[in-house]
Design a protein around this ligand. Structure first.
Ligand code: HEC
Ligand code: HEC
Length: 207
């Protein structure tokens, strides 16, 4: 049985004519709250391979609690590390709560120090088609570049969004004792630009 598995794996990795043999990638190790920079990927010669590797780092930010808490796959925002929002609130018809319980009845345009309520301009939930909770990195990658599911954004607008959007910016200045997203927003924007420049390739679904 074990032999057969090995044989199948070998066949699968040699037989495919669509992709070149995987390049051996050796990257520097990033610290826990650090991101690899664009230059760290220059050693990867193959453009598509470099693009997929870049997305791996971008995904580290996307699935960080500061980001994914607001991109849930349901009606309730998350807080801390993926706990349901307390007090209970729901997305409502326009992703900004329901009458009397709008997001902005508590969340202001900046963090509130005394009450711990986080804030940034136009605080509201990412629409359901932009949900990342429970999705694979490969799925999220294809979703965020699909204009039907990313709010009609071109790849250039996606680069701009990641580098400069104010809700995204909050991820690095979350207030209270919240852990910020890794790296800096400038680095995240540059990584997104490099990913787009190398063809915006997505990692394959792991089987
Ligand atoms: C009744 C007040 C109130 C309403 C309404 C409210 N929130 Fe909150 N929200 C809070 C408080 C308080 C916290 C902070 C909890 C803590 O960390 O102690 C919070 C935290 C969050 C966080 C967590 C940030 C993080 O990463 O830890 C997100 C995301 C969030 N709210 C989104 C929303 C959205 C979206 C809406 C509207 C659908 C909304 N909230 C409505 C009070 C509210
Ligand atoms: C307070 C809620 C909130 C937080 C926190 C938040 N987002 Fe979003 N995000 C949104 C909303 C709302 C949209 C849709 C609005 C738009 O497209 O401009 C969105 C859209 C996006 C999009 C484009 C659409 C897509 O394909 O999903 C990206 C990329 C994105 N966010 C990245 C991030 C990153 C990275 C972070 C953390 C550093 C983050 N977001 C944190 C609410 C949030």
């Amino acid at each position: 049985m074990r032999m057969r598995m090995l044989l199948l794996l070998t066949l699968a990795s040699c037989g495919g004519k669509q992709s070149p043999p995987p390049e051996k990638i050796e990257l520097r190790r990033a610290g826990p709250n650090e991101l690899l920079g664009v230059a760290d990927f220059n050693s990867i010669g193959d453009r598509a391979t470099r693009s997929r590797a870049l997305f791996g780092v971008i995904a580290r930010v996307l699935v960080h609690p500061r980001c994914i808490n607001c991109h849930p796959n349901g009606d309730v925002p998350h807080q801390r590390v993926m706990e349901p929002h307390d007090p209970p609130v729901v997305r409502g018809p326009a992703d900004n709560g329901v009458v009397g319980m709008e997001c902005t009845s508590c969340h202001q345009d900046r963090n509130q120090v005394l009450t711990r309520v986080p804030g940034a301009p136009k605080w509201h939930l990412a629409p359901i088609e932009m949900a990342w909770v429970g999705k694979s990195v490969s799925y999220i990658c294809n979703q965020i570049k699909d204009p039907k599911r990313n709010g009609g954004k071109t790849l250039a607008q996606l680069v701009e969004h990641n580098g400069h959007d104010e809700l995204v910016a909050w991820g690095w200045a979350p207030g209270a004792d919240r852990e910020p997203a890794p790296g800096t927003q400038a680095q995240f924007g540059a990584l997104t630009a490099a990913w787009v420049d190398t063809g915006a390739e997505c990692p394959e679904e792991s089987r």
